[in-house]
Unconditional design. Structure first.
Length: 365
């Protein structure tokens, strides 16, 4: 039965992905419009607001699929099927309530550092193959899943579970997800503190970089140097927050775009920045003969986002630190290493309960 349920969810998700994979503009536009409408409903729901302290149960919240979800009592046990929601729940002080988490939790340094018990919890699978029966067997008070698992939500509810769907894929949506989970778990003050930290750090950074010239930055994906982040992607905000301009600013679409060496050379970025979990290295880029005439390579300005604690180039709660780190690389005269390291130490001590070792920024490869 367990294997059957997993296969059903896998097939449903595969069918959905295939349907969404058709390369036509209209479905993409409809999906973007639908996402915007959901975000507006979430933001306008008074129950999802940042005001108030204690949550009064029962409470009805609008999740990030636009669903109205009633939570009858404060949830004492939680299951999270997504690494960003798991990280958010840790930051909100809910780590001891988690009884099941997404697959491969043992591979995440942030869990080992802040909540090592999570690495030994039962796995409920991934967005590609979610374990419905395994999740139901844990009998949690609340299940948190990513919106990409929307096809699994009805089945989870049929099994008697209360489910919230989250979509923390950019800074605004991450803020909404934090408020949603804060309200759901009666930890709204912690959610507000987290959001205030992020807002304050970005405001301080803007002040520090005022008047600075904005160098061109090319941000490459985990999979390939020739896979670029365009201006509609979350990663673009990391560049602009850090006082740079996106060298790939002419691209469209909200996913990584494949380009050629010729295109990269035509953009001739001042900096090349690799994703935190890139499957290639700074050295391999620096030694690539096809890039010998690229300004970033000639000037030795090829960098990689840190990944020793977590990937700051993904929309995790600590992603603001990615902007701070990058700013210190682009504008060392305006924003120093000491400043972002001070902010990182404050962040992890406050929200994750450990003092980070910032002497080594990269996991062993």
């Amino acid at each position: 039965m367990k294997k059957c349920l997993s296969i059903i969810v896998t097939l449903a998700l595969a069918f959905s992905a295939a349907a969404c994979g058709k390369n036509t503009d209209a479905p993409v536009q409809r999906e973007a419009a639908a996402d915007a409408n959901v975000a507006e409903r979430v933001e306008n729901d008074d129950n999802n607001s940042s005001t108030g302290g204690q949550t009064a149960y029962p409470v009805t919240l609008t999740d990030q699929l636009g669903r109205q979800v009633t939570i009858e009592k404060e949830p004492e046990t939680l299951v999270s099927g997504y690494y960003i929601s798991t990280s958010l729940l840790i930051a909100l002080g809910c780590k001891d309530r988690l009884i099941g988490v997404e697959a491969k939790a043992e591979s995440r340094s942030i869990y080992r550092l802040s909540a090592p018990a999570l690495t030994r919890l039962p796995s409920v699978g991934s967005a590609k193959e979610f374990d419905l029966e395994g999740c139901a067997a844990l009998n949690p008070d609340l299940v948190v899943v990513p919106v990409k698992l929307k096809d699994a939500v009805p089945a989870l509810e049929e099994l008697g579970l209360t489910v919230l769907a989250v979509n923390p894929e950019d800074q605004e949506l991450l803020t909404q997800a934090a408020l949603l989970l804060g309200k759901a778990t009666n930890t709204l003050p912690a959610a507000n503190s987290l959001i205030a930290f992020q807002t304050q750090q970005l405001a301080l950074l803007r002040d520090a970089l005022s008047g600075a010239a904005a160098p061109s930055v090319y941000l490459a994906s985990n999979s390939s140097l020739l896979s670029a982040a365009g201006p509609e992607m979350y990663q673009n905000s990391l560049i602009t927050n850090a006082g740079g301009t996106n060298a790939a600013g002419e691209l469209t679409g909200n996913y990584w775009s494949e380009i050629s060496y010729e295109q990269l050379l035509a953009w001739d970025p001042e900096y090349i920045v690799l994703a935190a979990d890139a499957g290639y290295t700074v050295d391999s880029v620096m030694s690539d003969s096809a890039l010998a005439q690229c300004q970033a390579v000639k000037e030795g300005r090829v960098l990689k986002f840190p990944n020793a604690i977590e990937a700051w180039d993904s929309p995790v709660p600590g992603s603001v630190l990615g902007s701070l780190w990058l700013a210190s690389a682009l504008h060392p005269e305006k924003y120093s290493d000491e400043e972002w390291k001070r902010a990182a130490t404050d962040f992890y001590e406050t929200f994750y309960g450990f003092t980070p070792d910032l002497t080594s920024l990269y996991a062993e490869e």
